[in-house]
Every structure is written in C-alpha cells, then in structure tokens.
Design a protein around this ligand. Structure first.
Ligand SMILES: C[S@@+](CC[C@H](N)C(=O)[O-])C[C@H]1O[C@@H](n2cnc3c(N)ncnc32)[C@H](O)[C@@H]1O
Length: 488
C-alpha cells in the first residue's frame, strides 16, 4: 500500500501542538474529519511525551498506546499515530454528547484488561484507520476469551477490509441443541413472539458479526462510568435475548449482580447457558410483569426497545430504577418518517446498510455453495420494491445447514438473513417497531426521564448524529417522587 506523502515537516514539539489545535478547530467548526500527514525531525518518544502534557493542559482525557494516543475533546476526537515514516494527525467529529470526555469512574480492577483492549479497539474504529502492524494484534484479539474484545476486534477488522468472525462464534457447535425453554409468562408488552419472525437460535450465533454491536456496549459502559457516582453493585438488563450483550456487560462490570429480564422461550436456554459463568440471574418474564426490586442504580436495555410499545418500555425501566438512577438504552433507530411508505423506506435502507457493511469484504467464491447463492441473491436484489423483499427472504431462508470446519466467513451471510428477517418484520410493523432517536427522546421526556447523553455509535443512513444507525441514550430518573405520591 502506498503511503500518502507527508504534507508538513515538524521540527519542534510546539509545531505539532499547533497542528493538533488546528485539526481540533477544523472539526469543531464543521469538518467531519481532517487528516494531516507529517514528517518529523523530532523522535516519537519526545513527541508523545509533549502531546500527553499538552492534553493535560487543555484538559482533554487522553488514552495512550505504544505508537499513538487519542484525545477526546467536546465534539472532537483526535488520534495522533506514529506510522512507518510519518506521524498522522487524524481528527473527526464526535457525537453531540457535551459531557463526553468528562471524568470517568475508574475501571473495575478485574476488568482492567477488557477495558484497556476495548479502549484500544474503539480508538482504531474512531480513528478511521488501522496502523501498520495492528492487523496481527486484531487477529489475535478475535480469539480473546472476552466476548466483548473478540466481537470488537471482528468489527474493527471488517471496517478495514477483513471479513472477520470471532473465534467463539466459529467454535460454537450449532448442532448441540440448547433445548426449549419453559413457556414464558404473559406480559402486556410482549404481544408478539419474537421467534415467530426471527430465527432465535441463529440470532444467538450470528449476531456477534452485527456491525456496531460491541461498540454500543463499550459506549453504554462508558456512559455508566461517566454518569454514576459509584460503580453499580446491581444492574437490571431488560430484553436480554440470548445474552451476548449481557455477557459483555458482566465482563465490563464484574462486581455487579445483573438481573436479566427476558420473556422469549426460545431465547431463555441460550441466555442461561451463555451467562452461566457470570453473576447473572435470569428472570423468565417481560418487564411489565417483572416483580423484582425497584431500586436499581443502573438499568440498561440493548436492542429491545423497538420490540415493545415504547412508552410501556420506558415506564417499565423507570419503575425499577432508583430515584436519581441511570437508564442506558442502546438500540437501532431509523431516519424520521411521516408516512407508512417513508417508514418502510427508512427501515429498508437502514437494514440494507448493515447488510452491505457485513458483506462488504466477503469473497463469494470462497463460500460454501449454498452461501454463494444466498450472497448473490442479497447483493443483486432490487431494493426499491418492498413487496419483493419478502420473496427474497423466502429464497435466502432455504437450505440453512451449518457448514462444519469451513473457515470462510459464511457466518456473515447468515447474519444477513437475520437482518432481512428484521427488515421484513419491520416493514410489516410486527415485532420490529423502530422509531427515530429524537422521537424516542421526546417520549422519554414525556415519561419524566431527563436526557443525559446521546451518541450514534454506528451510522447506517445519513451524516447527522440524529440519523439512522445504532444509538446509545442515557436518561436519568428524577430524585423526586411524582407529586401525587409525595406526602404534603
Ligand atoms: C432483538 S432482541 C435483543 C436481545 C439482546 N439484548 C441483544 O441485543 O442481542 C429483543 C429482545 O427483547 C425481548 N422482549 C420483547 N418483549 C419484551 C418485554 N415485554 N420485556 C422484556 N423483554 C422483551 C425479546 O424477547 C427479545 O429477546
């Protein structure tokens, strides 16, 4: 790969500071990103030392690794990295969360390595490029025992052209049945059964290659560390499904007891098995019927708000959160819509963006024959006609055996079948009922929840933070009891 020619020669540390300051301003003033390649007459150790002093002076939290460092400022993230023969200053606009970059609670001791690797990996994703030599470290991270680290590495590799699959997904024995769960208890918000529209066993296996999946968990964890007074001793997780994000949460906060609320009979056996090694209690019910404590300092929900009536969802979370407690919701949101046809378009474009991202680097000629047929159908279909997409789903749902010992990234193709299932259910507005983020925030405020921070962590459609993609929203439950219940 040919490296870009350095634009500037820097022969003093002050010169580097002024370049960084310029990049910060350009991004703050509107550029989505700015990259400057420098050649340096000063050694990297001296530059790095000066940069961390500079970051402290301007009160920008800084994360460092061997050949680079990252500063977070309001609305801007700047990564400065030493490459083979140059230094690269890469700035890009960050989400609107004004408090991003504020003081964070220290990481739980037992989770130090997970947080350190998560910081390194999200740093690469944020920076928009991978260092020479980093690929090997990323490939090693795919085999990490932490599902958060392995899933993050998979996402970062894919962003940079390697269609990776985490080791724990490859090693999974799909033929080993997890059995069926006991029937779920009824619940006013669990109106349709998830498994009627989505293949839950496959979801449990392939969702880990969902673009942005692990990044949302790191952001959720960061918001907890940023907006809580102390690391939580207990966390309520609503709509845990097969439990991949629940495990990631446990890895980030090993000192917390997690109560996972999940009504789906098909998801429960996966959830029980996946979380067995962590401090997680599984509750087989929906949030409306959940009879657990009402004083969780932190309540979270990942990918589940769009499976319920949004108000009932918000009320359920609020009911179980302590006054002053934090609620963090990570979920997919689509572009705003004003009619059914606009909504269909928004849902279709959003899901196809994930499909395109997941398949972008998959070489179809190396796939097993059934997956080759599937990938061609997914790539070649006419996306403008919603009615044709149900037929496409029928087609790609055929012949779904699990290739054994195949090291091609076939799991990515199968993830796309799940995306298409969600897309078709979303167009039908059945089980999948997505809204857009501003609307979600308005509904939350109507329920008396104060917005604390929002960030789009993964974009599907549109260039604004409020456009479609994977979003993380932090909300605070007020300290005050509602007027009616207060003693006057
Ligand atoms: C898309 S899955 C998300 C699973 C998991 N959190 C993840 O991100 O992979 C949505 C989950 O919400 C669950 N769900 C639906 N209605 C619910 C309710 N009333 N209370 C709690 N969970 C519910 C579904 O059963 C499903 O497991």
């Amino acid at each position: 790969m040919e490296l870009p020619r350095p634009e500037l020669l820097i022969n003093s540390v002050e010169r580097l500071e002024s370049v960084v300051a310029k990049v910060v301003q350009e991004c703050q003033n509107g550029l989505p990103e700015r990259v400057i390649h420098l050649s340096s007459g000063v050694g990297w150790p001296a530059l790095r030392k000066c940069l961390s002093t500079y970051a402290r002076r301007i009160e920008a939290p800084v994360e460092e690794w061997e050949s680079g460092l990252r500063m977070r400022l309001p609305r801007v993230v700047v990564v400065i990295e030493k490459r083979a023969s140059s230094v690269v200053v890469h700035g890009h606009r960050a989400g609107p969360g004004g408090t991003r970059g504020g003081a964070l609670l220290p990481v739980p001791e037992r989770a130090a390595e997970v947080w350190q690797l998560a910081g390194y990996l999200t740093g690469l994703a944020d920076a928009g490029f991978v260092l020479t030599g980093a690929e090997e470290r990323l490939r090693a991270a795919l085999k990490h025992e932490s599902w958060l680290v392995a899933t993050l590495a998979c996402d970062v590799l894919n962003r940079f052209g390697v269609p990776a699959v985490p080791r724990f997904v490859r090693d999974h024995e799909p033929h080993r049945s997890v059995g069926t769960g006991a029937p779920a208890r009824g619940d006013g918000t669990f109106t349709e059964v998830w498994e009627a529209r989505i293949s839950v066993d496959e979801y449990a296996l392939f969702e880990a290659v969902h673009p942005g999946y692990a990044v949302q968990m790191v952001e959720l964890g960061r918001m907890v560390r940023s907006h809580c007074r102390a690391l939580p001793e207990s966390v309520l997780d609503v709509g845990s499904g097969p439990g991949l994000p629940t495990v990631m949460l446990a890895e980030m906060f090993p000192g917390a007891r997690i109560d996972a609320v999940e009504p789906s009979p098909a998801a429960i056996p996966h959830l029980v098995r996946n979380t067995a090694a962590h401090a997680v209690s599984v509750h087989r019910t929906g949030i409306t019927d959940f009879a657990g404590p009402r004083d969780y300092p932190v309540t979270v929900s990942v990918g589940a708000s769009h499976h319920m009536d949004t108000r009932m969802f918000l009320r359920g979370l609020k009911r179980h959160t302590a006054p002053g407690g934090l609620i963090v919701v990570a979920d997919e949101m689509v572009a705003p819509y004003a009619s059914e046809s606009e909504r269909s378009r928004a849902v279709i474009d959003h899901h196809f963006a994930y499909i395109d991202q997941a398949l972008a680097h998959v070489p179809d000629s190396h796939l097993p024959p059934a997956e080759q047929l599937r990938i061609r159908a997914l790539r070649d279909t006419d996306r403008r006609v919603p009615e044709l997409l149900a037929d496409l789903l029928e087609e790609v749902r055929q012949d779904r055996w699990f290739p054994v010992g195949d090291d091609s990234p076939w799991q990515r193709v199968r993830f796309c079948v799940l995306e298409l299932e969600a897309l078709v259910a979303g167009v039908d507005y059945d089980v999948e009922r997505k809204t857009w983020v501003e609307n979600f925030m308005t509904l939350a405020q109507d329920e008396g929840l104060e917005p604390v921070e929002h960030r789009r962590v993964h974009a599907t459609v549109g260039g604004r933070d409020l456009d479609a993609g994977t979003h993380v929203v932090a909300l605070r439950k007020s300290h005050l009891a509602p007027l009616a219940s207060r003693t006057l």
